[in-house]
Design a protein around this ligand. Sequence first.
Ligand code: ATP
Length: 319
Amino acid sequence: MKKIAVITSGGDCPGMNAAIRAAVRVALAHDAEVWGIKNGYAGMIAGDMRVLDSRSVGDIIQKGGTFLGTARSEEFKTLAGRQKAAANLTARGIEGLIVIGGDGSLTGARHLGELGIKFVGLPGTIDNDIWGTDYTIGFDTAVNTALDAINKLRDTASAHGRVMLVEVMGRACGWIALTAGLAGGAEIILIPEEPFSEEEICKKLLESRTKGKQYSIVVVAEGAGSAIDLGKSIRAKTGLETRASVLGHIQRGGAPTVSDRLLASRLAETAVRALLNGRTEIMIGYQCRQCVEVAIEDAVGKKKAIDPELFRLAQVLSQ
Ligand code: ATP
């Protein structure tokens, strides 16, 4: 295989640029030509792609987002859309594809594979919800952003003796909340994977005051509910002063951490080598500090469970 393309799709995440850079430079080191597809599958359907050289991916390793752009494409979900996209690749002699994205993007790649396009996927999403990899590209940066916010909110919560609720991203999954909450010393962490009741939360917050705690941090995964609504309800039920902050898209931006840059670079190198060796219909995951091949049907359409030990530890430490 001598001609491949790289694409970023779905929600952007810090580290996508590092992955593109590594994919391009590893491919060039193996004398392959690399094309960059703009704006996800929408750009593939539109034929918006160009050859990338080593310099074209200079000065991006430190930047969040994706210099190729990304998008969500409804047309790609149709067979006609995917046929158009596949035809644009074959017309340029592109034989294989590196897809960097979340579960939806990798599912899209799987369907493109049914049309004969060889592909290798990379798990790129801040949510860390992809099965078959210990970490996804972007997760570490997002968690550090959330942690930085928790640290700052702790200062003001402490000054006023308030209950500070912090809503973090993660869609239907609690990895960001659990990890940032544990590292940030949150008193309560609410995630969709673990049931909770408002009564229990109120009781715990009131008890902590009697134990001498002057303020509380509650981390809420977006999939577990609204921090704003919960804050109002806690205030009404306990009389405690509450404030809620929704971190939102700030968690998707920023310079990728060392961990994300290394993860992205290592996964991308393994992906390109696999693709150039004719491997297809796989995702490269990171398991026990190794880059491994995961069959695409095992990786997509599932949600990676949270680590129950981490949740248990967070509860013990929040006493
Ligand atoms: P994130 O987890 O960060 O949101 P994602 O890759 O899961 O990223 P999605 O919006 O779910 O984001 O998917 C991105 C794109 O992948 C969609 O806009 C669509 O073009 C394509 N896609 C998603 N699901 C499918 C599917 N079942 N069949 C074909 N294409 C799909």
